[in-house]
Design a protein around this ligand. Structure first.
Ligand code: SAM
Length: 282
């Protein structure tokens, strides 16, 4: 079955009475170049397990099954199960798990489903409405996966992979950088989807680090300080930190001075080492 063909998709979806749910971020890929490129980016083999989030009608899932030893795909929308039974009937190394990727215990799922695999990777065309929470969950849970290759909105891709110390950097860029090395692999136009969303997308790779790039004594506190430092883009770090953390300006100014920064600097100019040092001081 050609899952990139508009008529084939319409036929199988209407046979099962399926209608797209905007709330669940259901924009299915129809550009035949995208899924093979995402699957190839994994450099997977028969000892690789792949965890997918949101198979839709299985267009990416099918490519993942072709390159990996085992694929487990989490889908929230039960209406897609009979569709997937038909579209992925030939995939013998696939298991579809019903559930909400935000609520499932992914560590337990990986341990159970991928025992004996040499490596595990996450690959998905993420539903836009859960991009940030799912990426935060994937990174914070310290999953035993070595990389995450996902499609997200183009703007989100730029923010998630922005270099720390660059104009585009925000608190989420620092968060990602703490856990992973990131890169944008390629862009994907809005016309590549059915139905077409309003925005373009991009595929990013997050290669999980074995050790964070900086040592912090309290991760929760570090991320609280980072969030405060980036809370207002046009304001100085002094104002952001003092407002966001409820600290006196003199205390924040003295911490900034100690790391060699002035009261006029903005958080987007800071390095990881400077942000870590600030968190220790405040
Ligand atoms: N992989 C397919 C493709 O590329 O065509 C579908 C991608 S579509 C952008 C997102 C998929 O995620 C849909 O199948 C949707 O039902 C599913 N989904 C939405 N929220 C989810 C959640 N919280 N947990 C698991 N799956 C979810």
């Amino acid at each position: 079955m050609n899952l990139y063909d508009y008529n084939t998709i319409n036929k199988v979806l209407s046979k099962h009475g399926f209608t797209f749910s905007k709330a669940l971020g259901q924009n299915f890929l129809i550009n035949p170049g995208v899924c093979p490129a995402m699957a190839a980016a994994l450099n997977a083999d028969e000892k690789t397990g792949v965890l997918e989030i949101g198979p839709g009608i299985g267009v990416l899932t099918k490519e993942l099954c072709a390159v990996a030893g085992r694929v487990v795909s989490i889908e929230l929308d039960k209406r897609l199960f009979p569709v997937l039974d038909e579209t992925l009937a030939d995939c013998n190394n696939l298991e579809i798990v019903e559930g909400d990727a935000l609520k499932l215990d992914l560590n337990a799922l990986i341990a159970e489903k991928f025992a004996g695999m040499n490596s595990v990777k996450v690959c998905a065309n993420l539903p836009y409405y859960i991009t940030s929470p799912i990426i935060i969950k994937l990174l914070e849970s310290r999953l035993t996966v070595d990389e995450i290759v996902v499609m997200v909105q183009k703007e989100a891709a730029e923010r998630l992979t922005a270099e720390v110390g660059s104009r585009e950097c925000g608190s989420v860029s620092v968060f990602v950088n703490y856990y992973a090395e990131s890169e944008v692999l390629f862009g994907v136009s809005r016309e590549s989807f059915m139905p077409a969303p309003k925005v373009n997308s991009a595929v990013i790779r997050l290669k999980l680090r074995e050790e964070p790039p900086v040592k912090v004594s309290d991760e929760a506190h570090f991320f609280k300080v980072v969030k405060a430092a980036f809370s207002q883009r046009r304001k100085t770090a002094l104002n952001c930190l003092s407002n966001g953390l409820g600290l006196g300006k003199a205390q924040v100014a003295s911490a900034l001075e100690e790391i060699g920064r002035s009261a006029n600097d903005r958080a987007e100019n800071f390095t990881m080492e400077e942000l870590a040092a600030l968190a220790e001081l405040l």
